[in-house]
Design a protein around this ligand. Sequence first.
Ligand SMILES: Cc1cc2nc3c(=O)[nH]c(=O)nc-3n(C[C@H](O)[C@H](O)[C@H](O)COP(=O)(O)OP(=O)(O)OC[C@H]3O[C@@H](n4cnc5c(N)ncnc54)[C@H](O)[C@@H]3O)c2cc1C
Length: 508
Amino acid sequence: MRGFSTVLVERGDLATGTTGRFHGLLHSGGRYAVKDPQAARECIAENVVLRRIAADCIEDTGGLFVTTPIDDPQYADRFIAGCRDTGVPAEEIPVAEALRREPRLNPRITRAFVVPDATVDAWKTVWTCARSATEHGARILPYHEVIAVTRDGDQVTGIIARGPDGEQVQIRAQVTVSASGAWAGRIAAMADCRVQVLPGKGIMMASSHRLVQSVVNRCEMPADGDILVPIRTVSVIGTTDTPVEDPDHWAITQAEIDQMLEAGENLVPGFTAARMLRVWGGVRPLFQDHAPAETRDVTRAHAVLDHRARDGVGGFLTITGGKFCTFRLMAQDAVDAAAEVLGSTRPCRTADEPLPDSQERRFYQLGSRLAERERTLTDEQLICECELVRRGRLEEEMARRPAPSLDDLRRAVRLGMGPCQGGFCMFRATGILHQVKHLSAAEASRALLAFLEERWKGVYPLLHGDQLRQARLDDWIFQGVLDVEHLPLTAPTRQPESAAGTATGPPT
Ligand SMILES: Cc1cc2nc3c(=O)[nH]c(=O)nc-3n(C[C@H](O)[C@H](O)[C@H](O)COP(=O)(O)OP(=O)(O)OC[C@H]3O[C@@H](n4cnc5c(N)ncnc54)[C@H](O)[C@@H]3O)c2cc1C
């Protein structure tokens, strides 16, 4: 938007890092009002801006902070004072009113406060920003991994990336900005610079339907499992904060899952009996030059690092830390710093110009897909019943991308994200992908198996009750319809005469 010639490279699909693996909460700032006032001020300022420029990506659920039986009753007074000091609007309401709004809430809560929390669809936001950037002339290269940062003496001159087919792409730039979240230290090291980012793992679990209609936070110092977020058709409980060595290698433990279930039970009695769909995790980029013992103690505010001042290396900036809900401000600060390096004074306009699809400033409404479906009930095949994905919308998304995986399509249109976790829609989607992208049978089979394996990772740690029955049914569907365990994954080759009739084992 400032008229620079720009290229974005991302090693996977867009929003496959922490963005796309987070809680989906557009913070009011209440969570940080006591512990991290700077982060609280940033959150509320950006909450207001994003409601103005990205309304289509936001559901205005509102939020509650409630004092549950396990919380320190004194904290509520500190909370309300912190909100006042940081400009976070918070209003106390009677407990009876809170229970009227959220009938499933723990009836033993003692205080309740209303705040302007909301929920935000990360994938939609990221793709809409990408669309806007492209319309302003940016080039976006997903599936391009930075493998080197190039230098000419003490000046960074760009990067070398490895593309989807292994080809190397060199990009020369006057300014290179690393916006690589928990991976910022690795990218900085490629330029012989030093950035210390503490990766903090957090896990989340989605229930099969909404247990609450507004975001429910415990009114307490940030702790594990203290927020329940209603997003789209599900509720998400989270999260934890555990330091990990490597943002690419970490695991979710049974103890963490049990901890989330117990935490959910405290907010909404009966939570442990609710049907849980899947569990996933993400890694916070926590920036701190001098590491504290606990990742929870690191500020959630962001930092722009100019490596000329820090490491004597020019033309290279790192933006890290922060929250999803402060992404626009982070971008503004990073581009301000880049503009300064380039000697440009063009002002930032991202706080004022709405993103595509948000010009009318109408928030996303739960039920909007259903309303659209009602209009096209008899005209168009429904591919995903849980998330109401129409065939036309799916084909459009397939055609728009050069080589989408089924997981990319899942993120783009929420395919297979509901209670059946792909059981009823994925074999259909694979057939359509096969047709639209002219895949070979082996390529289509590989696409399906890759999707099923990826999904399984998040499903199996939680399997019990109805979701276990569902997983068994899904298994029968895939075995029965496609004999999925024996799909040929390579193109058939002609057998030599002598081998004809020899039994070959199934591919593994
Ligand atoms: C469990 C959890 C819950 C959270 N909940 C919330 C919330 O409710 N609300 C909120 O506002 N924030 C929340 N956050 C924080 C928020 O999600 C993150 O701060 C934010 O998404 C980070 O964005 P980022 O762009 O800095 O990093 P990322 O989204 O991780 O982006 C960095 C990208 O760099 C890419 N990359 C890495 N190495 C390379 C390479 N060599 N070449 C090319 N690309 C590379 C990665 O693939 C990645 O996509 C949460 C975080 C966690 C972990």
